[in-house]
Ligand binder design. Structure first.
Ligand SMILES: C[S@@+](CC[C@H](N)C(=O)[O-])C[C@H]1O[C@@H](n2cnc3c(N)ncnc32)[C@H](O)[C@@H]1O
Length: 291
């Protein structure tokens, strides 16, 4: 049985009360109980939010992403995130608990690297929670063997207490600003990372007959939900050469494989190497709090 790290602010997905650890399960005061999986994560996905039998990324997608990320090809993205967190996280000098949630954490690469590189795991008053709707994601994340709380759950109803979170990161994920506003403390921050218009352009030019360069979407409701924009920056990194296995993993872990035409897929599958560049847009929002 792998160890499970209990975060102080986890809540019951059925009635939002705080969960406590009883042997190998989490329980709320009304008696709802959630078993901790032997790998060391907990499933807090409400049944009504489970829109398919196996929601989120499949086991194959998660495995492909884990191999790809472990190869270090996206490390500059992780480094940029870690730098932004250093700038925007409140200083952990006082005694109050600082809570960081990775919403849509996938197989856990970014949160694990943030925890180790920024020495967050060494601080007693920082809790780290990774949430993904895919049980394969939470399961794979436990392999990092870090004191991080890995949870199967949805960004549309994050299973953490209202007004308890200092920072939410959402890396290429499905952000739900309305719910993020509920759980953030006043002045809490959100860091969003998304593909820029030139992201993976060399691959997209091979698999699509016509490439559309789209800017990141406007955050239309952010203002009325109480968020202000604090920073936006873009990182570009020069082409890196991917081998055949890395190209195939990249295709499996992104939506491109499903969107590409038959001819596009054939062309990508025939590639033995590819010089590929990346472009990622980071946006930092601050939650002002209600009223
Ligand atoms: C493109 S992947 C990014 C994963 C990870 N953040 C990364 O960059 O490696 C998107 C992730 O969001 C998860 N996901 C999809 N819908 C979700 C939801 N409503 N709540 C939480 N996670 C969700 C998927 O299972 C998948 O792991």
């Amino acid at each position: 049985m792998a160890q499970f790290t209990l975060a102080a602010h986890l809540t019951c997905p059925l009635d939002k009360q705080l969960l406590t650890l009883q042997n190998r399960s989490l329980q709320c005061p009304s008696g709802h109980s959630f078993d901790i999986a032997k790998q060391g994560y907990v499933n807090l996905l409400p049944v009504q939010k489970k829109n398919s039998k196996d929601p989120g990324d499949s086991k194959e997608m998660i495995q492909a992403r884990q191999r790809f990320l472990q190869s270090g090809l996206y490390q500059p993205i992780s480094d940029e995130l870690n730098q932004l967190v250093k700038t925007h996280l409140p200083s952990p000098s006082n005694d109050s608990l600082i809570s960081i949630v990775d919403a849509g954490c996938g197989e856990g690469y970014y949160l694990s690297r943030l925890a180790t590189e920024n020495q967050l795991i060494e601080a007693d008053n920082i809790e780290l929670i990774g949430v993904d709707i895919s049980k394969w994601g939470a399961q794979a994340a436990t392999k990092y063997q870090l004191p991080i709380t890995w949870v199967v759950g949805t960004n549309a109803q994050l299973p953490v207490a209202e007004n308890s979170v200092d920072l939410i990161i959402c890396m290429f994920g499905f952000y739900e600003l309305e719910w993020f506003a509920k759980v953030l403390k006043p002045n809490g921050k959100v860091i969003l990372a998304e593909a820029g218009p030139e992201h993976l352009i060399e691959l997209r030019e091979i698999i699509y007959p016509e490439v559309r360069r789209r800017d990141v979407p406007a955050l239309k409701t952010a203002d009325e939900l109480g968020f202000t924009s604090r920073q936006q920056n873009q990182i570009n990194f020069a082409p890196k050469t991917l081998n055949q296995a890395q190209i195939q993993d990249l295709l499996v872990m992104t939506p491109h494989l499903y969107r590409a035409s038959y001819e596009g897929k054939q062309a990508a599958q025939a590639l033995t190497k590819l010089d590929l560049s990346a472009q990622v847009v980071f946006r930092v929002l601050q939650y002002k709090g209600q009223g």
